[in-house]
Design a binder for this molecule. Structure first.
Ligand code: NI
Length: 152
């Protein structure tokens, strides 16, 4: 079990464009384990590799059922729009209101290196869009229509 420190704004790694994964080797598999441990320890619903300081195009998401790993994810179709609130482990203490596509089709590789396509809607689609933004150095406040402090 390896729980990493989650980088927070204004760490420059969070603003870099992450590099594609060319080879799913043992280092990448270990990174996936570390990302899982870190996400669950932080009680997050998603995590992108740059958030633990690794500028590679890998995200994991868990809307509450199981952990989905998406390597080199790309959104190839977007449909609809809906607003909702978002927070981020890398932007502590803030919650924003953002519009996201309601439905998406994502292409990626799984940990076996197989090409997969996955449809997602609503909450899961929102998490995936948020995590993919991390791979391009985008944080939710960049897109938020409103931001408030999270005084829970
Ligand atoms: Ni985030």
């Amino acid at each position: 079990m390896a729980v990493y420190k989650i980088l927070t704004e204004p760490d420059p790694v969070l603003r870099a464009k992450a590099l594609p994964v060319r080879n799913i080797n043992s280092g990448v598999l270990r990174l996936l384990e570390n990302m899982r441990d870190t996400m669950y320890a932080a009680e997050g619903v998603g995590l992108a590799a740059p958030q633990i300081g690794v500028s590679k195009r890998i995200i994991i998401v868990d809307p509450g059922e199981n952990c989905i790993v998406l390597i080199n994810p790309e959104i190839i179709r977007l449909e609809g729009e809906y607003g909702g609130s978002e927070g981020c482990l890398s932007v502590p203490g803030k919650v924003g209101w953002l519009n996201r596509a309601q439905k998406i089709l994502v292409r990626a590789q799984n940990p076996l290196g197989e090409n997969i396509e996955m449809e997602a809607a609503s909450y899961l689609a929102r998490i995936i869009q948020h995590e993919i933004d991390h791979l391009d150095g985008i944080l939710f406040p960049d897109k938020a229509l409103k931001i408030r402090s999270d005084d829970k």
